[in-house]
Design a protein around this ligand. Sequence first.
Ligand SMILES: N[C@@H](CCC[C@H](N)C(=O)O)C(=O)O
Length: 270
Amino acid sequence: MLTSFHKMHGLGNDFVILDERTAHLSLTPVRIAALAHRKRGIGCDQLVTLRPACAEGADVFVRFFNPDGSEAGACGNASRCVADLMWRESGNRTPVLQTRAGVLPASIAENGQVTVDMGEPKLEWQNVPLAHAHDTLHLPLPGDPAAASMGNPHATFFVSDFDMLNQGHALEHDALFPERANIGFAKIESPTRMRLKVHERGAGVTEACGSGACAAVVNAARRGLTERTCTVELDGGTLHIEWAANNHVLMTGSATLAFEGTVVLADYPS
Ligand SMILES: N[C@@H](CCC[C@H](N)C(=O)O)C(=O)O
C-alpha cells in the first residue's frame, strides 16, 4: 500500500511529514529510523506525524521524531513547515498546532514568512531537565553554557569560534542531561545578531535548529549579551526571534515544500 508524504525543510533542516489524520500508520522507532536514514530510507533530520487535534482550538496534533527513533517535544523548523502545510490545505493563515510542548498559534504572512509562537521557555533546572539542582544560567560544564527548554532541552555555549562543534555528541550525552540535550554554539555579533550552529539530540549537526535558535536568544538575553529580539544566522538561513513581553518566544522564518512523494511503509523494518 502506498502512503503519501510531504518532504519539507526549514532553512535546510529537512522533514518527512506523514499524515495519520485519517488512518493510523504503524510507525515504530525502528521504522522511523529506517525511513529517516539518508542512504537506505527517504532521508530527513526529523520525521513528523500529523494526527487529529484534541486540544480546543487546535487544527492538528503534531509529533516530531529524530532519526535515531527518539521523540522530541518540540521542533521549531518543522512547526513552521506544518503551519505552512495547514495554510496550503485550508487557506487559513492562522493555523494552531498542538504539540507535546503545548498549543502553538502560527501565522503565515503575505510574503510567505511563517511565525510560530513557541510558547514560554522553561528555565528551572527540573524542567530542562538537568540531573540535579543547578542555576540554568551557568551550567557546571567547561565553557559555561546556559540551559533552557523550549519543550525540548537545550544548552547554549557562547563562543568566539565553532571549534567546540565536534564536542556536541559528547555534550548531548553528558550525565548532566538525563534526557540528553541539543547543544548550541552561539557567536554574538551584536546586541541584535548572532551566528548559531547546533548539534541536535538524536540527529547530529543540522543546517538549522528553530528551537535551538529560540533557546539561544533566551539564554543570550538572560546573560545580557543580546536584546530580546535578535536575528539568528544559521548555516541554512536566517530566523528572527522575539522573546516577547508576555514571555512567549516568537520565531519567524521560511518554510519550503521540496516535493510530495509516496512510500511503501511495509518495505521498512518495524
Ligand atoms: N530541528 C528541530 C529540533 C528537533 C528536535 C531535537 N533534535 C530534539 O531532540 O529535541 C528544530 O528546528 O527545533
